[in-house]
Design a protein around this ligand. Structure first.
Ligand code: HSE
Length: 303
């Protein structure tokens, strides 16, 4: 096989208090790539939404170079991108590119790697964008469902089937400086009461995830550490007000990864929530796009 067409899902990381630990694959949006063996490196974009093409700034290249070196692979890759996931927005655009590269290289060169091993290799793409590897986007992008990363050295990830959630992505026109910047604003130490509150919230989230209890998961999307620091740094637009509006409609709300996209989760799609959120952002002079989606059981796969 010299070429493969691959689809990779958007992902939402953190899910409240699960910073770097919890993530979920989404059925919409998604990216598609045609990845081929080639003599020279080439990335081309077919959509207005674009992946970086420069070999020094490309998530694809970081994953490829790491795998090429480890497995002694010949040649290079040529990648045609049809991106549906807005880059640098908190929906796992980099993780999609990283997981697609790891998946395609495994297929094209018949490396026989397991899905769990692909998560490790896809992590090289996150190390490039965020300054260090974190797996809460790449794990669900590779494995689908919900993932809980419970060790990084060695890497250990548990995949769970996701609860039946209705999710609404709140994508604003605001841009985020970079994931590395969004991580640089986080505190080095935190008050004990906030650490303790987050422990209980994360426990509640995990109980909800293990029980596939959508209502409990939706009620668990709080965080006293990461979201407040990023809100203060003006990275998460009106998240505090969004949480209030969501709660009034029986939903929870959280930052999606490092933002600026935010996500509301509940048990059933709600147009009244959508209208209330549109009004909230309009009254603050911000244009938003709302995308209703659901968890995806499937991670990156050939199409
Ligand atoms: N857990 C990561 C963060 C996800 O919040 O920085 C970003 O992709």
């Amino acid at each position: 096989m010299d070429s493969i067409r691959v689809r990779a899902p958007a992902t939402t990381a953190n899910m409240g208090a699960g910073f770097d630990v919890c993530g979920m694959a989404l059925s919409e949006p998604f990216d598609e790539f045609v990845i081929s063996k080639s003599d020279a490196w080439a990335v081309t974009n077919e959509t207005a939404c674009r992946a970086a093409t420069d070999v020094d700034k490309s998530v694809f290249a970081f994953v490829w170079k790491a795998m090429r070196e480890k497995f002694g692979l010949p040649g290079s890759l040529s990648i045609v991108c049809r991106k549906g996931i807005k880059p640098s927005a908190g929906m796992g655009s980099s993780a999609s590119e990283a997981s697609a590269t790891a998946f395609a290289v495994n297929e094209l060169f018949q490396l026989g790697l397991t899905r769990d091993e692909l998560v490790f290799w896809a992590g090289y793409g996150e190390a490039f964008t965020a300054g260090q590897p974190h797996y809460d986007n790449v794990a669900p992008a590779v494995l689908g469902g919900v993932t809980v990363t419970y060790s990084t050295h060695p890497l250990k990830v548990k995949r769970l089937d996701a609860p039946d959630l209705a999710c609404m992505l709140v994508i604003s026109e605001k841009t985020k400086p970079s994931t590395a910047f969004a991580r640089s604003v986080l505190p080095e130490s935190v008050p004990r009461k906030d650490a303790l509150a987050n422990q209980f919230t994360l426990a509640k989230l995990l109980v909800g995830l293990y029980g596939r209890d959508a209502a409990l998961v939706a009620d668990s999307l709080d965080d006293r550490i990461v979201e407040p620091a990023r809100s203060k740094a003006d990275i998460l637009p009106h998240l505090i007000e969004l949480k209030d509006v969501a709660r009034q409609h029986g939903f929870g709300a959280a930052a999606s990864g490092a933002g600026p996209t935010l996500i509301c989760m509940g048990t059933e799609k709600s147009d009244t929530l959508g209208n209330a959120v549109t009004s909230l952002y309009a009254s603050n002079g911000l244009k938003t796009q709302l995308v209703w989606t659901t968890p995806s059981a499937q991670g990156v796969h050939g199409v």
